[in-house]
Write a protein that binds this ligand. Structure first.
Ligand code: BGC
Length: 374
């Protein structure tokens, strides 16, 4: 089933006075389509947002996941710059968190354990010995409900999911809403809101894998990260608790090609997989976190966020076995992730910015991905 028209479109809603339609057309469109069914028969839908300049983002209700992001290159030619799959079955079979909304708590929690208000909680451990990205069946594997949302900024869709008390071991019924807006200023803006009925840790992010050339290696992408410090980790990826100054290998304060020093990072398979502590005057304020540039396409991605940290991950586990959209075999160093977040395992490190959400409080996070060409 497919339904297209000017302005905000829902299945069946196609008649609009011409003048209004034309006015709305200038603001972009939203198209809703069926995208298959989960193994337990739940219908999954895809929402395609197109802004007034023709940029296109596609998000599916399974995992509130960004599956496509089409932006122009320096010659005006559009290309899809995120990794993903063509069919729902390929996501259901298991994948590398391509474009998903990650949580309830993104990244790792040590040993899947934490104590909050005197109670000890045990979470699902899916990344031996730790809890990763919300557990065995995190919010990236749930079917969210979707609603086209009216925004002056551009076409938008809001995705909602309530994670019940005890899901993956977390306390509290956690109500989440994630709104994707493709603004007419060529930004993909993601706004997250959550509330709970019992104190619980929350750390939501998006796990898009970017390749600004739309193919090949990311080692020649030029990266800048606005961070003087990072949180070093142990052999299982858990922060040691220290906040260290970036050294020569870790620093992206000056724009630097990703491949220049990557081989100096020890580990198997090696590469960047680190949380950077963003330089910020004030927590919660929207500031530039990172900038990525790719010279052959002329594409530039700037990321702004309200979050205190960003996980820079060079897709270290891509090894050519996962075949994605259009038959592209995702090889080592074919993509990078820049996940805006609170620091990993914050619940076990009181010195890190707080991730505990309490009843009557509202969790919010905003991240803006701005697309430019040069
Ligand atoms: C983590 C990696 C993990 C990857 C899974 C990243 O956010 O930092 O350690 O392997 O997600 O896709």
């Amino acid at each position: 089933m497919e339904c297209v028209a000017a302005g905000l479109l829902l299945a069946g809603a196609v008649t609009e006075p011409t003048a209004t339609a034309a006015k709305k057309k200038n603001k972009g469109t939203v198209k809703k389509e069926a995208f298959g069914k989960t193994t337990d028969g739940k219908a999954v839908e895809a929402y395609t947002l197109v802004n007034k300049n023709g940029l296109k983002a596609r998000i599916i209700t399974y995992g509130a996941m960004l599956t496509e992001m089409h932006v122009p290159d320096k010659n005006g030619k559009f290309g899809d710059i995120v990794l993903g799959h063509d069919k729902l079955e390929d996501y259901l079979d298991g994948h590398s968190y391509f474009g998903v909304t990650t949580g309830r708590v993104a990244n790792r929690i040590a040993g899947g354990k934490f104590t909050l208000d005197g109670s000890e909680y045990t979470l699902a451990t899916n990344n031996d010995p730790n809890h990763l990205h919300g557990g065995t069946e995190g919010i990236d594997k749930k079917v969210w409900s979707a609603r086209v949302s009216r925004s002056k900024a551009g076409p938008a869709v809001a995705f909602s999911y309530t994670s019940p008390n005890g899901e993956e071991g977390y306390p509290g019924n956690l109500k989440m809403k994630v709104t994707y807006t493709l603004t007419n200023n060529d930004e993909l803006r993601i706004d997250y809101v959550a509330t709970t009925d019992k104190a619980t840790p929350v750390n939501l992010t998006n796990h898009a894998y970017w390749n600004l050339a739309g193919k090949g290696t990311i080692l020649d992408h030029i990266l800048q990260i606005n961070a003087d410090h990072y949180t070093p980790v142990d052999a299982t990826g858990i922060p040691t608790g220290e906040i260290l100054k970036v050294d020569d290998v870790m620093s992206f304060i000056k724009p630097t090609a990703i491949g220049v020093r990557i081989d100096k990072l020890a580990g198997e398979p090696g590469g960047y997989d680190h949380n950077y502590c963003l330089n910020k005057k004030e927590f919660g304020s929207l500031g530039l976190a990172a900038r990525v540039e790719e010279s052959t396409s002329g594409r530039v991605l700037e990321i702004f966020t309200t979050e205190p940290g960003i996980q820079f991950y060079t897709g270290n586990f891509l090894d050519g076995t996962e075949v994605g959209k259009g038959g592209w075999k995702y090889e080592f160093r074919n993509a990078l992730c820049l996940e805006t977040q609170h620091f990993p395992d914050s619940i076990n490190h009181p010195q890190f910015p707080n991730t505990v959400l309490r009843p009557k409080q509202k969790y919010t996070q905003t991240t803006i991905h701005k697309f430019i060409t040069k």
